[in-house]
Design a protein around this ligand. Sequence first.
Ligand SMILES: [Zn+2]
Length: 300
Amino acid sequence: MKLLLLSVLLLNSLFAFEYTLSPTKVNSNTYCFFGLPEVMNEKNNGNISNSCYVNMGDSYIVIDSGPSYLYAKSTHANMKEIKDLPISYLINTHGHDDHYLGNAYYKEIGVEIVGSKEFKNVEIVQETRMQSRISKEAYAGTKQVFPSTLVDGTKVLELNGIKVYLEAVDKRAHSNSDIFIHIPKYETIFAGDLVFSERIPVIRDGNLNNWIEALEKIKTIKAKHIIGGHGEIVDKSSIDSTYNYIKTLRDKVAFALEDGDELDDAVNNIKMEDFKEYKTYSEQHKPNVAIAYRKLEWEQ
Ligand SMILES: [Zn+2]
């Protein structure tokens, strides 16, 4: 019997997938698991986005749950080693699957999940994009679980006497469901995918003008740390590369449209020298130009 149990355990551990994650201390209250500057694939198993834990004194709040159940479980195990506090809230910055597919883990341990009211419109699908791109083992246990507390406008949480402001962006910016989180006492903003540092922003689901507007709003807020949904720059300058990229892209595409350039010409001619060093430039820049062209053409 003992032998059987042992072999079952051994077999289980042979097949069980484990992420290798370690948190980075951003400031005295905040730890982040920074994702790789890559597109999701079977090698990184979706570990491409950021998930952060904020110590509020007597509990943690978690910003984004990552790409899978096992990823979320691993972040929590890491944080328990640092300090084993209960988790009061998980906040989803938006409805893209690399940011919320870890929700099932937090639901299982009884955490209240908060996100944009637009989550009401996220579809339950046969197979998520993440599921089709990462290994079965890494995706094990993952389900589409949506926030139970929905935010429209501003929501204020108060934890241990510290205020946490959840600001829903009221127009489609990076997505239709962006929320940024501001903790004035810690001078920290979690911007979700409104901010990509060290990576090309993905505008597939976005609106350039509204995105610029949302970033301009964030820029007016006094903060020491602005932590994006991707990338490891965590001071105020993290916002600059996304802001410059989106603005330059909008201006260049608008100019091409005015000039009567065809879509293909715009895609081939519009380059961004300052961003060429980024790992995702070769994969994402041309699709971004094409999307920007179609969207701006439509708006004209
Ligand atoms: Zn996103």
